[in-house]
Design a protein around this ligand. Structure first.
Ligand code: GLN
Length: 322
């Protein structure tokens, strides 16, 4: 009803202004120079429910790049293009407990494959499995899947791509290591170019909320019921989001928030809240997608105010899947 909608809006507005002060506890990513240009005090959230109810608050219109959130998308696309069992043979599904760009676990023997698709080693391996010769060809199914979920074709942010490419010593090191281990399925340079480009796709929190809604809805279009992502692939993506989606803070996020989510160093968080029926008076019981943007990051590389805002809302609205 209109009254509920008004109450939800007021509630979310209040907590966005409250947590905006917490952006001062973090800082924007600086290892990719252009990301430093983000406004550290930005904070915004979009929540889209299955039945069309939605709430938007704070800095909702800022475009930002997917960064690590793209790892979830390319994993989904690779599973759809190559098959789930094929991909699970190439990359494991175990959390590392290490930073996203760690190469530590690659040296621990016996290593048969990268530990999961959401750290850089695993994500670069997944990207090497995308079919196609050029980076444009490999990203085509990624753009197509995004377009099906968002209703428009997002664009590549060339400035971010170039900045990322020109400050990529660690990712090149990881790439060479993967090459040496024989984990890569295609040319290293094309694979890295594709990886930097997938990280540099511009989105808004509305877009993230839409993606989250499709995942929450087991891969089906919330409006038409048509399949966008096969159910099994959507399920595995959510498992990985819960266990590995927030880097080495995934355990804490699962404990205090309890929602499958994927973050990126530009400050975005994509969250998928499945339907739950514990308490009918709570908002969004039939599931929702949430997009958060707050470029000031905490020490693990997740949006600091974004996580606190999500934690607050998830606690108040009983959004945890557990
Ligand atoms: N482009 C970033 C990198 O690979 C993505 C990392 C992230 O968002 N954590 O370094």
């Amino acid at each position: 009803t209109g009254e509920t909608q008004e109450w939800l809006q007021q509630y979310v507005d209040d907590w966005v202004s409250f947590y905006r002060k917490h952006t001062n506890d973090g800082s924007v990513a600086s290892y990719i120079p252009i990301l430093q240009e983000a406004d550290p005090n930005d904070l915004g959230i979009t929540i889209i429910g299955k039945n069309g109810v939605s709430v938007r608050s704070g800095d909702t219109h800022r475009p930002f790049t997917l960064q690590s959130i793209s790892k979830a998308i390319t994993f989904i696309v690779a599973c759809m293009e190559r098959g789930v069992s094929y991909m699970l043979n190439r990359v494991d599904v175990e959390p590392t407990g290490e930073a996203f760009n760690s190469i530590m676990h690659l040296e621990m023997k016996p290593v048969k494959k990268p530990l999961n698709p959401f750290n850089n080693a695993g994500a670069i391996t997944v990207t090497s499995s995308l079919p196609g010769e050029t980076s444009a060809e490999r990203l085509e199914p990624v753009f197509q899947l995004l377009e099906r979920m968002l209703g428009y074709r997002p664009r590549l942010n060339v400035d971010v791509y170039e900045s990322e490419r020109d400050s990529s010593t660690r990712n090149r090191a990881i790439g060479y290591y993967l090459l040496e281990m024989d984990f890569l399925e295609s040319d290293l340079d094309v694979t890295l170019e594709t990886y930097f480009k997938q990280c540099s796709i511009d989105v808004t929190i509305d877009d993230l909320a839409r993606l989250g809604m499709v995942l929450a809805n087991d891969g089906m279009d919330p409006k038409t019921g048509g399949e966008i992502i096969p159910r099994q692939v959507a399920r595995i993506a959510k498992v990985l989001m819960l266990t590995c989606g927030m880097y080495d803070a995934s355990g804490k996020f699962a404990t205090y928030v309890g929602i499958p989510a994927k973050s990126g160093v530009s400050g975005g968080i994509l969250a998928a809240v499945p339907p739950r029926v514990r308490d009918e008076t709570m908002p969004f019981t039939d599931g929702c997608g949430i997009g958060v943007y707050g470029p000031a990051l905490g020490e693990k590389g997740n949006s600091i105010a974004g996580i606190r805002l999500l934690r607050h809302i998830a606690t108040q609205w009983d959004l945890s899947i557990f």
